[in-house]
Design a protein around this ligand. Structure first.
Ligand code: DAH
Length: 339
């Protein structure tokens, strides 16, 4: 009997020493010490043993059991330590490796140009305001002296939501909204998106941006307009920039003009950039029409002022010498990353 117990014990210890996972050890526990285990079976067979021998055999079995359990415990701990070591080795982080630099975006050329224009006007005491892109016909046309059937509507055909609501064709719509509020004097610029039913080409897009300027006060004259826009041009295109005002027509200003700046590329001599002209057209402007003042609730006897409207894309294209407006919208990184 003693031999048999010894044999079972040796077999168990051997299996434990070969075990390479906690599961294997558990299997061995079940095989030898479990309810139906080999050692347990021995104890159960005690009834067939001479009663005098029973205490002795019981002691041997318990000894063997204790040894097996002890060995299992040791092996389990060893295994745990080994696994921990392996895990630590596998999960090592090399804190000295160089990190991945986060990709940082940058401003779109339109936005850079806009901030430049805003900086200049804010410096002159203007406030930046915004108005809705989906606008009443009344603000986009009627209150700007462009009644239904007026030929100026043809040049600014747009997208109609219904017969009273349009996608605004010009930021001039904000002029009427601000004047109506009646807080004077007014000194604002209003940048934003405008829409026209134009086909896309190098100089047109159904959606582009304008910046409107408006000043209304008790005393203001065409020379204020000229002085202001001259400062604007010099700040934007350089100290040596000259300006030229050509008479023009806009329904909501009288008199009206277009302002040209001397070509900042050739200084006015004429080059490919200014198409040999020496001058580049930059914006529309004029003294706010008395009828517009009146329609917006201001007394034209008391108040006067000037307005101007400039295309943001036009500024960006000129400033960065880009010859196709479509480049500004195509989101081609090879183009955008140059700015
Ligand atoms: N709104 C005009 C346009 O889109 C531009 C313009 C011209 C605005 C003269 C003005 C202005 O404020 O006085 O063509």
């Amino acid at each position: 009997m003693q031999k048999k117990i010894e044999e079972i014990k040796q077999k168990a210890l051997e299996l434990i020493s070969e075990a390479n996972s906690p599961e294997k050890i558990q299997e061995t526990r079940v095989k030898f010490l479990g309810k139906k285990g080999e050692l347990t079976a021995l104890l159960k067979s005690m009834k067939d043993v001479d009663p005098a021998m029973r205490p002795q055999i019981g002691a041997w079995v318990n000894q063997a059991r204790a040894q097996i359990e002890k060995q299992m415990e040791l092996a389990g701990e060893e295994m745990k330590a080994k696994m921990l070591k392996q895990r630590l080795a596998a999960e090592t982080i090399d804190v000295t490796l160089p990190g991945k630099a986060p990709k940082q975006g940058h401003l779109h050329p339109n936005e850079i140009a806009l901030r430049e224009v805003e900086r200049i006007f804010i410096g002159l005491g203007y406030e930046v305001v915004s108005g809705p892109e989906v606008e009443y016909d009344e603000y986009n046309f009627e209150k700007l002296n462009i009644p239904k059937g007026h030929p100026a509507r043809d040049e600014q055909d747009t997208f109609y939501i219904n017969s009273n609501i349009v996608l605004r064709t010009q930021t001039s719509s904000v002029q009427a909204r601000i004047m109506e509020q009646g807080k004077l004097p007014i000194r604002i610029i209003s940048p934003g998106r405008v829409f026209r039913s134009d086909a896309v080409d190098a100089t047109h897009s159904p959606s582009f941006h304008q910046i409107e300027g408006l000043l209304i006060d008790e005393k203001s004259s065409f020379s204020d307009l000229k002085g202001t826009l001259e400062v604007f041009a010099k700040e934007l295109f350089g100290e040596n920039t000259k300006t030229k005002f050509r008479p023009h027509h806009f329904p909501f200003t009288e008199p009206s003009a277009e302002m040209d700046v001397s070509c900042f590329k050739c200084g006015g001599k004429g080059c490919r950039f200014c198409k040999g002209e020496g001058w580049i057209e930059i914006l529309g402007c004029g003294m706010v029409h008395p009828h517009v003042l009146e329609m917006c609730g201001l007394d034209p006897e008391k108040y006067s002022g000037f307005a101007c409207g400039v295309g943001l894309e036009r500024i960006a294209l000129l400033k960065y010498e880009i010859d196709d407006m479509r480049l500004l919208y195509e989101n081609d990184m090879r183009f955008l990353e140059q700015f």
